[in-house]
Design a binder for this molecule. Structure first.
Ligand code: PMM
Length: 306
């Protein structure tokens, strides 16, 4: 886990540099482990992400943190250069690419399986050229037509995340009668656009988009009812790590828990989501969440009738 020397959620990353290992052949999506949920380690190369903003803002620090997560056993490293939190400012694709491409190249060279967290087709294309193997797109219902074409042409796995609106508008769009059913229905609409463009069903991974146009109660409802999402027939990714709704849950002395104080609750969600059939979790604290998915898998193997 990252050092807690800095105030929670702020300040540069002060963790020791990892000992660099010999480069390995890059891992392939097809070689990902089976029998347990997968762990995707989050690497935000941004000055302003809510959960780790500024901690890995320069390429060397970001590469060191990515390697630390890879060596700790992360199955996928998710590299992003634009904060997607509510109210975040948009980053131009060329600036986003300048932040992430050197990081992606270095991690791929070390043997990591890398996903690129972007809503821009041009950035996704450049990331694939640098060796990324998965596109993680949180643009949701506003996905760029060019992104759809790229996913169809490249044939790479695509994480389709539910979001209404963008960083500026999403908080005002969190109105649902039945959040689990509506999220699944809206994702089905986008999924069908992907199919129409020639994207294969096996390429698609779906994500409920916790915190994206959802309030705290809606996030919990989604986690409590992954059923409608699973019924779409695609693997389900759950990305709860350090999100605001965990801060509101863990109030101490009248104050919401800060991002770095939310890792225990994140690991608890990971175990429960994995037990409920999630394909993977997107997390900051790789070791604890790897333990959590192993616990869920071992319990499932010991269940009556397993
Ligand atoms: N959330 C964030 C960024 N990328 N990707 C997916 N697939 N799902 C998410 O919910 C998601 C994401 C924002 O959180 P961060 O600042 O911790 O990266």
């Amino acid at each position: 886990m990252d050092s807690l020397a800095a105030a929670p959620g702020t300040g540069p990353n002060t963790s020791p540099l990892p000992v660099i290992r010999a480069p390995r052949k890059p891992a392939a999506f097809a070689d990902l482990p089976t029998g347990r949920a997968l762990v995707m380690g989050i690497l935000n190369v941004t000055p302003d992400s809510f959960s780790d903003g500024g901690r890995h803002a320069d390429a060397d620090t970001a590469i060191a943190h990515g390697l630390r997560m890879f060596y700790a056993g992360a199955d996928i490293i998710d590299v992003g250069g634009e904060s997607t939190r509510p109210g975040a400012e948009e980053v131009a694709p060329d600036q986003e690419q300048a932040r992430i491409l050197p990081v992606i190249s270095a991690l791929v060279k070390a043997g990591a399986l890398v996903s690129v967290d972007t809503t821009h087709a041009s950035t996704a294309r450049a990331a694939l050229a640098a060796g990324a193997a998965i596109i993680n797109d949180v643009s949701g219902l506003t996905v760029e037509p060019d992104m759809i074409t790229l996913v169809a042409e490249s044939g790479v796995p695509y994480i389709l995340t539910h979001r209404r609106g963008d960083a500026a508008t999403m908080d005002s769009l969190a109105h649902y009668d039945d959040v689990a059913a509506e999220v699944a229905a809206e994702l089905t609409g986008v999924r069908d656009k992907l199919f129409a463009a020639g994207v294969a069903a096996e390429q698609i991974i779906v994500d409920p988009g916790l915190g994206f146009a959802k309030n705290d109660a809606q996030n919990w409802e989604l986690l409590a009812n992954l059923g409608p999402l699973k019924e779409l027939g695609h693997p389900v990714l759950v990305a709860a790590s350090r999100k605001r709704f965990l801060g509101s849950l863990l109030v101490s002395a009248g104050k919401a828990a800060q991002p770095l104080e939310r890792d225990g609750a994140t690991a608890a969600i990971t175990a429960i989501a994995a037990a409920n059939g999630a394909w993977g979790v997107r997390v900051h604290d790789v070791p604890a969440n790897l333990d959590a998915v192993k616990v869920a898998a071992r319990l499932a193997a010991a269940a009556p009738g397993a």
